[in-house]
Design a protein around this ligand. Structure first.
Ligand code: AMP
Ligand code: ZN
Length: 483
């Protein structure tokens, strides 16, 4: 059994039911990172929203076949990986330098994903663009045979006049637009809509591949069309990215894939809004640019960041602030404490009047219904979380006085686990410690090893005053928990 889910579709600007081509199986393509630097927390917002989208479908009973690409050849990657190489460097060495850079940042990217609760194993396909060059060339040739692509001086361009529905995603008013002839760069504004580049002839100082048009490399847009069609097929249920990808990237992906096949490629286009920092768009030049590592250095648990992102609706701008993370932290603490209380709850058969009035099983079922009604309405996460907190308040109000029966407790725990399979936050112990707490724990270990019991006790008391309780484990290691 699958639950029906609805999502906003950028194609027609409406919330629509998701009806997968194969019942019970959702194919999902999400545009992955360009790996020339660390991901910033804005990028991570988009990947977190896509993780929530995937988990919601999975917990709702669907199998999700998820493909996310790694863009490992692109203008900025070439710029950064080739800048220190002498001009006489040969092609294999240029490729090696590019791979060196992209391997490094791909690894860092997966570390960040794992830290925010996105497992690498949760992806069905993680293709790297450079492994799909033959498929890209074939797709461009297919467009040539349909007269939708033309070569010029070793580069190949898409002829947008040949596709009547070009502009359908970004809702371009083609009549009223000035159309330029062709552009070589991958990124441009909708004001300069033009024939766009599919294959770029090589310039001095660039790595290249052989092609029917001479040495060159793929444009950015063709990468996703080729990998998506190769791995998920010529009809896909959902395709997603940040709002900045609607034009030109996704518009051009539609042109390439639908131009080649002659039918619709993706049914549902889903876009996540931007993350701002203290009210301003994040940018390197303003210095308001954070990576996950910056947050971790400030002692912030990546799971707290995850919760802060997931508790906002994905189609609303999210204004990141350190102050805002405090709210996420206390909400998570409340959920974790509640869960622990349920686990530790001493079972008892009774409950008397309160039990009758509150009826924990009915309350839990009501909460579950409200939770799913919210998520199935375009992933309304703030309301889905509110449904959990209503249950927490109802049961917390009496929990100290009357224990739940085993059956009641298990029902509540099952609901918490079901919701956590989507939000991935509550049974988790906070992993990040302040640097000075960590230093004190180390000092305590050292004192114990030196059998300096007075010092060891002193450090333990100091930590206790800071709200950290130490646990001396049988294996000699030292665990900790918050008081
Ligand atoms: P990139 O690595 O630049 O290709 O971006 C990876 C993903 O992050 C894309 O889906 C972008 O739309 C998204 N993205 C970029 N900047 C932001 C931001 N400030 N907030 C949310 N998503 C973003
Ligand atoms: Zn893409």
């Amino acid at each position: 059994m699958t639950r029906p889910l609805h999502l906003f579709n950028t194609l027609n600007r409406k919330v629509e039911p998701v009806e997968p081509l194969t019942p019970g199986v959702v194919t999902l393509y999400t545009c992955g990172p360009t790996v020339y630097n660390f991901a910033h927390i804005g990028n991570l917002r988009t990947f977190l929203f896509q993780d929530l989208l995937k988990r919601t479908f999975q917990v709702a009973g669907y199998e999700v076949r998820h493909c996310m690409n790694i863009t490992d050849v692109e203008d900025k990657i070439i710029r950064d990986s080739q800048k220190d190489l002498p001009i006489e460097t040969d092609n294999p060495a240029r490729h090696a330098a590019m791979k060196d850079l992209t391997d490094r940042y791909t690894q860092a990217f997966f570390q960040d994903l794992e830290a925010v609760g996105i497992a690498q194993a949760s992806f069905t396909f993680l293709p790297r663009a450079t492994d799909y060059i033959p498929q890209m060339i074939q797709l461009i040739q297919r467009l040539e045979t349909k007269d939708l692509a033309y070569a010029r001086e070793g580069s190949v361009y898409y002829r947008i006049a040949g596709l009547p529905h070009y502009g359908c995603l970004a809702h371009l008013d083609r009549e009223g637009m000035q159309q330029g002839t062709s552009v070589d760069s991958d990124e441009y504004e909708r004001e300069s809509v033009s024939d766009f580049v599919l294959w770029k002839s090589t310039k001095p100082g660039e790595p290249s591949w052989d092609s029917p048009w001479g040495a060159g490399r793929p444009g950015w847009h063709i990468e996703c069309s080729a990998m998506g069609m190769e791995l998920l097929g010529e009809r896909v249920d959902i395709h997603s990215g940040g709002v900045d990808l609607i034009f030109p990237h996704h518009e051009n992906e539609i042109a390439q894939s639908e131009g080649a096949t002659g039918h619709q490629w993706v049914k549902h286009w889903v876009h996540g809004e931007f993350l701002l920092v203290e009210g301003v768009k994040m940018s390197k030049s303003l210095g308001n640019f954070y990576t996950l590592r910056d947050l971790q250095e400030k002692g912030i648990d990546p799971i707290t960041f995850r919760y802060a992102i997931q508790s906002n609706h994905y189609r609303k701008l999210y204004n990141f602030s350190f102050e805002g993370l405090k709210g996420a932290k206390s909400a998570l603490e409340r959920l974790r404490t509640f869960r622990k209380r349920m686990e530790d709850n001493v079972t008892s058969p009774g409950g008397g009047e309160w039990k009758e009035a509150i009826d924990p099983i009915r309350r839990t079922n009501d909460a579950r219904e409200a939770f799913w009604a919210s998520l199935s309405d375009d992933l309304n996460t703030p309301e889905a979380l509110a449904a959990i907190f209503t249950l927490v308040s109802d049961l917390n109000a009496q929990d100290d006085r009357i224990a739940l029966t085993r059956e009641e407790r298990d029902a509540v725990l099952a609901f918490l686990d079901e919701t956590n399979a989507i939000f991935a936050g509550w049974p988790h112990e906070e992993s990040n410690l302040d640097a000075d707490v960590e230093a004190l724990i180390e000092a305590r270990k050292a004192a114990k090893a030196a059998k300096n019991w007075a010092e060891s006790d002193r450090v333990r008391d100091e930590l206790k005053a800071m709200g950290i309780l130490l646990e001396d484990r049988k294996d000699g290691s030292v665990g900790w928990k918050r008081a």
